[in-house]
Design a protein around this ligand. Structure first.
Ligand SMILES: [Zn+2]
Length: 376
C-alpha cells in the first residue's frame, strides 16, 4: 500500500503534492526554468494573501526531498484548515516550494549532475556565486586534505576507520569542519559548488522573487533537510534541529529561538561571526538578495537527523558520499550497496524513523501556526 505522505520517486511525490496543492484555498503554479530538457519542474503552492511571507522549501538536496515532500504534503493535508481557521490569511502567505532538485531525488543523491561541465553539484553551494571569473572562486585548501581519502575505494571497515582517524586528527584545526563548507576545485569532490549557476538555482530564486511581491513586509524561509548520518535502528528515533547559520546573538537566531525554542532545538553557528560559513548557500543568498527592501528576513534549515549524531553520523555521511563518487567514476553507476547506504543516510526505510520525522514536521507546523495566531 502506498504511504500517504512518503514516496519512492519524484513523480509519485510530485503527484501527491499537486493533488493537495490544487484543493480549495490553495494556488499552485509550476516553474520550469530556462526550458532545459533535464530540468524537473518545480511547483509552488500558496495559501493566504498576506504581506508576511512564510516559505517552506524542500529537496534542495535531492534525496532529502523525500522527507521534505512528505512534510509539505502533511501541511496541505492537515494544516491548511488550521491556518484558515485561525484567520491568518490576510496577514500571512504560506508558500510551499516542492523539491528543487528532482534529479537528485530520483538518483538518491544530494547533488545534481552538471551535464555540461561534468561533476556533481551541491545546489546549496551554488547560490549567488560569481562564476564569471573562475580564478576568483572561493578556495578551500582544507577540503583537499580529505579528498583522496573520501573518494577512495569503498570499504566498510578500513575506510570508515581511516575517516574516523582523520576526523580525530583534524577536529580542532578546522579541517574537518571545512570539508562541508563548499569547494569549486574538484567536480567529483564532496560539497562541490559547480562551475556555473545551475538551472535549479535559477528556478528557486525565480520562485522566491515571485513570492516576494513589492508589498512583502517580511520573509521567513525554512528549508527542509535530512541527513546527519545513517539511521541507528537501536536508537529508533529521528533527531531534529533548526540550524541557523548565524551566531546566537544575531536577529535571525533570536527569532527562531523565540518561535521554536520550546519545541524544536535551535542550533546557531558561532563560526559565522565574520560572514557566511557555507559558500553559496540559499539562506545567505536570500538575505543579501532582499537586503535593499529593508524588511525583516529570517532564514534557517530544519535538519532531521538519522541517529548516532554527532560522531558517527558525519563520518558515515561523508563516506557514503565519497563511495557514490568512487562508483560513478569507476563503473559509471552507483553500486547496490552504496545506493542502500545513501538511502539509509538520508531517507531511512525504517518505519520508526519515518514516523518520528513526521512527528517533528507536525510539531514544526503546529508551533509556527500558533506563533502566527499569537502575532495576528
Ligand atoms: Zn541538506
Amino acid at each position: 500500500m502506498k504511504d500517504k505522505f512518503f514516496s519512492e520517486n519524484w513523480a509519485e511525490a510530485t503527484a501527491k503534492f499537486d493533488k493537495l496543492a490544487t484543493q480549495d484555498f490553495c494556488r499552485r503554479k509550476w516553474f520550469d526554468g530556462d526550458g532545459m530538457r533535464d530540468t524537473y519542474s518545480v511547483p509552488l503552492c500558496q495559501v493566504g494573501y498576506g504581506p508576511h511571507k512564510i516559505v517552506i522549501n524542500s529537496g534542495i538536496h535531492g534525496i532529502e526531498g523525500y522527507f521534505g515532500s512528505a512534510a509539505q504534503i502533511l501541511f496541505l493535508d492537515k494544516f491548511v484548515d488550521m491556518f484558515l481557521g485561525a484567520k491568518l490569511s490576510s496577514k500571512y502567505t504560506i508558500n510551499l516550494i516542492h523539491v528543487i532538485n528532482g534529479w537528485g531525488m530520483d538518483h538518491r543523491m544530494r547533488e545534481v549532475m552538471d551535464g555540461e561541465h561534468g561533476g556533481l553539484v551541491d545546489l546549496n553551494r551554488n547560490f549567488g556565486v560569481d562564476f564569471s571569473r573562475p580564478n576568483t572562486l572561493p578556495q578551500n585548501p582544507e577540503y583537499m586534505l580529505a579528498h583522496d581519502l573520501l573518494l577512495s575505494k569503498p570499504d566498510a571497515i578500513h575506510k570508515k576507520n581511516a575517516i574516523k582517524e582523520f576526523r580525530k586528527k583534524h577536529l580542532s584545526d578546522g579541517v574537518w569542519a571545512a570539508i562541508s563548507n563548499g569547494q569549486y576545485h574538484e567536480p567529483y569532490g564532496l560539497f562541490y559548488g559547480g562551475a556555473r549557476e545551475m538551472s535549479e538555482n535559477k528556478i528557486a530564486l525565480q520562485i522566491y522573487d515571485y513570492i516576494m511581491t513589492p508589498d512583502a513586509q517580511s520573509l521567513v524561509s525554512i528549508g527542509l533537510h535530512t541527513g546527519l548520518g545513517r539511521f541507528n535502528r537501536k536508537t529508533g528515533n529521528a533527531t531534529s534541529e533548526i540550524l541557523v547559520s548565524h551566531p546566537v546573538a544575531h536577529a535571525s537566531s533570536q527569532y527562531f529561538k523565540n518561535v521554536f525554542g520550546s519545541s524544536v532545538p535551535v542550533v546557531c553557528d558561532e563560526r559565522a561571526v565574520h560572514g557566511p560559513v557555507l559558500q553559496g548557500d540559499l539562506v545567505d543568498c536570500l538575505e543579501s538578495r532582499y537586503k535593499s527592501r529593508d524588511i525583516p528576513i529570517f532564514t534557517a534549515d530544519l535538519e532531521i537527523g538519522t541517529g548516532e549524531y554527532p560522531i558517527m553520523s558525519p563520518i558515515y555521511k561523508r563516506m557514503d558520499m565519497g563511495d557514490a563518487r568512487y562508483d560513478l567514476l569507476h563503473f559509471g553507476k552507483i553500486s547496490p550497496q552504496t545506493f542502500k547506504n545513501l538511502t539509509e543516510s538520508w531517507y531511512p526505510s525504517h518505519p520508526a524513523w519515518r514516523k518520528s520525522a513526521m512527528a517533528s514536521a507536525d510539531l514544526l507546523f503546529k508551533t509556527l501556526i500558533e506563533y502566527m495566531a499569537n502575532n495576528r
